[in-house]
Design a protein. Sequence first.
Length: 270
Amino acid sequence: MRPVTEMPDEVKRQLIAVFADIDDTLTTDGRLPAASYRALEALHEAGLHVVPITGRPAGWCDMIARFWPVSGVVGENGALYFSYDAEKREMRRAFFATPDELERDRARLQAVKARILSEVPGSAVSADQNYREADLAIDFCEDVPALSGEEVRHIKAIFEAEGAVAKVSSIHVNGWFGAYDKLTMTRRFAREVLGVDLDAQRERIVFCGDSPNDAPMFGFFPHACGVANVTAFAGEMEAEPAYVASSKGAEGFVEIADAILSARTAEIAA
């Protein structure tokens, strides 16, 4: 991981989109500061597609797609995307699974939940679970005393033993049934909403993230960036970002956004 200051200006100038995780990337200590939101707005106003790619629930995604300065949002680690058309006053919603499959998988996840809560004392179902459509989020540090790394790995192992996919974020272990991840749905979102072939244009997109569940995105985008807290997972992820900010969380995202915007502003001035 190289400092974000080493990203070439020519790369920043040819970008068409900035995708970003939310928790501990756009936020710090669970809050979205004004500077981070201003950075999102500045990127959007500069003509870039801004798209949060998050593990947060469908209920949050509906609000984000409707009210934030974004082109849409991919949620629940790739289970869905929402995009709001302000002119038509219409929300576009797409899911990986069919309604019948979602209902079946929710029932299966109830059994997984019971096992995790029994075998890992101190773990809890995430407070945002009621707003989820497709996955089960187990809280290991957001609203509960932080669990150990061994306990977090045990939660992930239980999901996998029950046949589910499991990803560890900075606050939750998310588990689901289905062959998708953040990258799978982002590729579909780019094609259906942005009209962009992600494979052909990945050199022109920056993804910003902070934790192991961002690894598919880090590995796919050649110019992916991490905020500084990603360094805590060095050597533990399947893929790491090409660049890293010097600051953690929201301050790190602002640092990345400013670097992109300054290069583009300099080009216009020239």
